[in-house]
Write a protein that binds this ligand. Structure first.
Ligand code: SF4
Length: 882
């Protein structure tokens, strides 16, 4: 292995060369930061004389891109990368091209800062030792045997002392989930994560089946038939690089006009030449209510038809008093709320303007623009739902889509457009098979909401939930889940005593709300273990860290998640780096030490699992009516792989698929794979019932109110109603009525950023140099505070403080501060100030409604930093321990 390390370090790949090669991805994306200018598209580095080979490698990260990646390997070292070149690139059948992040994966897999050996904290001892030193202690290298013995004995000791419900494994890897379940159970975490209120609400009101609903919008070819897109909180050019923006560009070329409603003039608006309507964060509900008011008061079915009464009456319930669902428990309805019947406050554009900051005439203009006679797509990103008290917001989008009839017709759409199905919706045309492995579910009733997880550890109390274990992630089955449950009675708080935290494939401490509280919680429990590639935030605050292999060091896999057209395959690229081990091996070794038969938790090795997935993959038939096996497998393949399996016929030979790294369905205008969301429902709602109590889309939904209110955090109404967030525009004032400014008068938003996929890639020096991760400040606000571009700024909230260098811009709504999501924290232990700029240092642990993590509802203040200026992130030393 030492030989490999030497070979990697001798390779002449300069950071500058990388920047040139990666610049194509960033040259036009002008808002990445203010201090780096990238304009050159260069060639890949010189790889010398030796012959190597291209290996299909994929990008395994959760940005939503789902891209092809290839690695050129010489002598077991990756020396260059490329992306999809398996076919000519056309607008209808585009290559699945990766971004600068995916193309820098060789720096990730072969990084000098990879965790090389198992390590224990110097001052650790059984029971924790000096627990307050977590995050600042020295590390001591230990052997794998020592590490596994410590892990097994601490798991056993803690279980025997405090019970299984003292072991927290937030969103664990399957192997560790199975292990801990076989050992009697553990406490998982649950949360609305990226989806916000789009997690649970849509499935309950008949707006989609699941939070990841690939069938919520029309096919990408049909999207080109729309005339106007009105987009809320969507910036695919940053959050889902890869093909989504390219698909939007095809819409633009077809003549589609774009209006973006967003606090920031982002690069998607710029690329698509969109009209920008600036809005204050988390005030979409007020805007949409006022648009509804305009539609209701200006509609004239003969002279000015704005509302599609036919769709509204046939396909929905709850709009007005004459169309209420049978199970409604109040006399209230949406229309009368909008007209102000219940609170003497008509939701006029003037009313909304005070909240959302948009001029009343612009609100009226927007309402008229989406009227029923126009071909409109009303699209939203999940960002709109990452706000406290936003549980009714998806219902509001559904209501306005139903009012204007932009549901179930060609060229008309309403719904979520983001992540890996952004601008490419419809049932998948190619699917991976399963890996054949068991999936065991913890038998314990305890589970912690991520928006109160750290508080629960510190206070030893948590809010139990009647439905959470079975409904989250699978909300389509909500009817069975709630059958027979008393949703009117709240469950009281219960005791919980977490004494062990086991981190695996997640980044909970970094990416869940309230990081300062999270660190305190980590310094409280008796044992923390973390499996990771680098000294991530999870690992930094652990007692024991275990180095694990990346996907490129394993037998191969199929990229997870959905890319409607393409199945993307990764082969093993390099041998495991240093002493890194597979998570599966770790689970099996710990199982043996806990007297658990490993076969209870794992069926087969990674190669067999990869083979099972390939053998079970299916592709749509040409008529679009059914599926057939994708991969042709011969007897010789099975013996070469040394796996169990049967020969089969398929669309593409196994070797060719592995060589290409991708199978992509040929698409063309008029093919058999077109899709119009809700088309059947619109045509015959009596036959194709929505998955609701009434069988219709529920603008009044008693189930939604009952389920969300039973969580016991905050109360919502059964219909779309404006409820100010705990932290939001109103809360920036200490006296809202008289508009007296409070201590935290700015609203923080935390957009996804080019440098990272969530928190992944934040340690790559080349990406740090190309994307400096500033805090974006509105020019007017910066001027008032005497802050200039490049100045170091202290951003404070009620929950913590961070330092960042300022990027002063006219592209941001005054009153809003934008801090990119996912930077690794780097806390100065003397002051408690984070020099890394982690967004969750500023957020609190404040659950509302369905347990939403309200990342876009956090109030802050900022000032020019008078201490030592922050050095650029790429000049800081890497976290190299050994
Ligand atoms: S980070 Fe996302 S967009 Fe970039 S290569 Fe990976 S999957 Fe594609």
């Amino acid at each position: 292995m030492g030989n490999l390390i030497e070979k990697v370090s001798q390779r002449k790949i300069s950071r500058r060369t990388f920047l040139k090669a990666s610049a194509a991805g960033t040259a036009t994306l002008a808002l990445s930061g203010c201090s780096t200018s990238l304009t050159t598209v260069g060639t890949a580095t010189d790889v010398g004389e030796k012959e190597g080979k291209w290996v299909s490698a994929t990008c395994w990260h959760n940005c939503g891109g789902r891209c092809v990646n290839k690695a050129y390997v010489i002598d077991g070292i990756i020396v260059r990368q490329k992306t999809d070149d398996t076919r000519p690139d056309t607008p209808d059948v585009p290559q699945q091209r990766g971004c600068l992040r995916g193309r820098s994966q060789k720096f990730q897999a072969q990084g000098a800062d990879r965790l090389k050996y198992p390590m224990i904290r110097k001052n650790w001892e059984t029971g924790g030792g000096k627990k307050e030193l977590r995050g600042k202690d020295e590390w001591v290298r230990i052997s794998w045997d020592e590490a596994l013995d410590i892990l097994a004995s601490e798991t056993k000791r803690i279980k025997e002392t405090y019970g299984n419900a003292s072991i927290l494994a937030p969103a664990p890897s399957i192997e560790i989930q199975n292990l801990l379940t076989a050992y009697g159970g553990f406490v998982p975490s649950w949360g609305t994560v990226s989806f916000g209120s789009w997690y649970l609400t849509p499935a309950l009101i008949g707006f989609s089946d699941n939070c990841i609903d690939v069938k919520a919008l029309n096919d990408r070819f049909d999207m080109r038939k729309t005339e106007l897109v009105v987009a809320f909180g969507m910036n695919p050019a940053w959050s889902s690089m890869g093909n989504p923006t390219y698909h939007f560009l095809q819409m633009k070329k077809a003549g589609v006009k774009f209006i973006f409603i967003d606090p920031i003039y982002h690069d998607s608006i710029s690329v698509l030449d969109g009209e920008w309507i600036p809005i204050r964060p988390a005030t979409d509900m007020a805007l949409l209510l006022a648009m509804s008011y305009t539609l209701i008061t200006e509609d004239d079915p003969v002279n000015n038809p704005l509302i599609d009464w036919d769709f509204l009456h046939r396909c929905t319930v709850g709009f007005d008093a004459d169309h209420m669902p049978k199970d409604a428990e109040t006399d209230e309805n949406f229309k009368d709320y909008v007209l102000g019947k219940y609170d003497n406050t008509p939701k006029t554009p003037e009313w909304a303007s005070e909240i959302c900051g948009i001029d009343p005439n612009t609100i009226r203009y927007l309402a008229r623009a989406i009227g029923m006679q126009n071909k409109v797509s009303i699209l939203a990103g999940w960002a709109s739902g990452r706000a406290q008290n936003s549980d009714n917001l998806p219902q509001m989008f559904m209501a306005i889509g139903a009012m204007t009839g932009h549901i179930g017709k060609s060229g008309h759409m309403t719904g979520v457009c983001c992540w890996n199905y952004a601008a490419n919706s419809g049932p998948p045309l190619v699917n991976s098979g399963g890996n054949g492995e068991p999936y065991l579910v913890s038998p314990l009733k305890e589970a912690l909401c991520e928006a109160e997880m750290w508080t629960a550890i510190l206070d030893k109390k948590y809010k139990p939930n009647k439905i959470i274990n079975s409904i989250f992630g699978y909300p389509a089955g909500w009817k069975d889940t709630v059958k027979g449950l008393d949703l009117k009675t709240l469950v009281p708080e219960e005791d919980i005593n977490i004494q062990m935290i086991w981190h695996t494939a997640e980044a909970s401490l970094q990416t869940r709300d309230g990081m300062n509280k999270g660190i305190e919680a980590h310094r409280t429990v008796e044992f923390v273990v973390s499996q990771s590639h680098f000294l991530t935030t999870n690992s930094k605050y652990a007692d024991l860290v275990l180095p694990v292999t990346t996907l490129w060091e394993r037998a191969g896999d199929i990229a997870w998640g959905t890319n409607r057209d393409a199945l993307i395959v990764s082969c093993q690229v390099i041998e495991p780096m240093y002493e890194a081990k597979d998570d599966q091996w770790i689970a099996e070794e710990v199982a043996k030490r806990l007297d658990i038969d490993p076969s209870e938790i794992v069926n087969s090795d990674r190669k067999q699992q990869f083979f099972n997935k390939l053998a079970g993959s299916t592709v749509v038939t040409e008529d679009g009516q059914s599926f057939e096996p994708l991969v042709e497998i011969k007897e010789a393949d099975i013996s070469e792989w040394g796996v169990q399996g049967q020969p089969q016929k398929g669309r593409i030979p196994l070797k060719k698929l592995l060589e290409d790294g991708v199978y992509q369905v040929e698409r063309y205008k008029g093919d058999n794979y077109g899709f119009i969301a809700y088309e059947d429902f619109r045509k015959d709602p009596e036959k194709y019932l929505a998955n609701t109590v009434s069988g219709k889309m529920e603008i009044y939904c008693q189930t939604l109110a009952d389920i969300v209110n039973n969580f016991g955090y905050t109360k919502i109404a059964p219909y779309p109603k404006y409820i100010p967030p705990v932290q939001g525009y109103e809360a920036t004032f200490k006296d809202w009525e008289n508009r007296v400014e409070g201590d935290y008068p700015y609203q923080l938003i935390t957009p996804h950023y080019l440098r990272r996929s969530h928190s992944i890639f934040d340690n790559i020096p080349q990406l740090k140099e190309s994307c400096p991760n500033p805090v974006f400040l509105a020019a007017k606000d910066a001027e008032e505070k005497g802050v200039k571009d490049g100045d170091t700024v202290l951003v404070s909230s009620e929950f913590g403080q961070i330092l960042r260098n300022a990027c002063v811009t006219e592209r941001l709504v005054p009153g809003v501060v934008a801090l990119p999501h996912g930077a690794w924290c780097d806390i100065d232990e003397k002051t408690g100030i984070d020099h890394g700029g982690a967004d969750n240092i500023l957020s609190g642990n404040i659950p509302t409604g369905q347990g939403i993590s309200g990342w876009n509802t956090c109030n802050v203040n900022f000032e020019k930093w008078t201490g030592t200026p922050l050095i650029p992130d790429h000049e800081k030393p890497q976290r190299i321990i050994f």
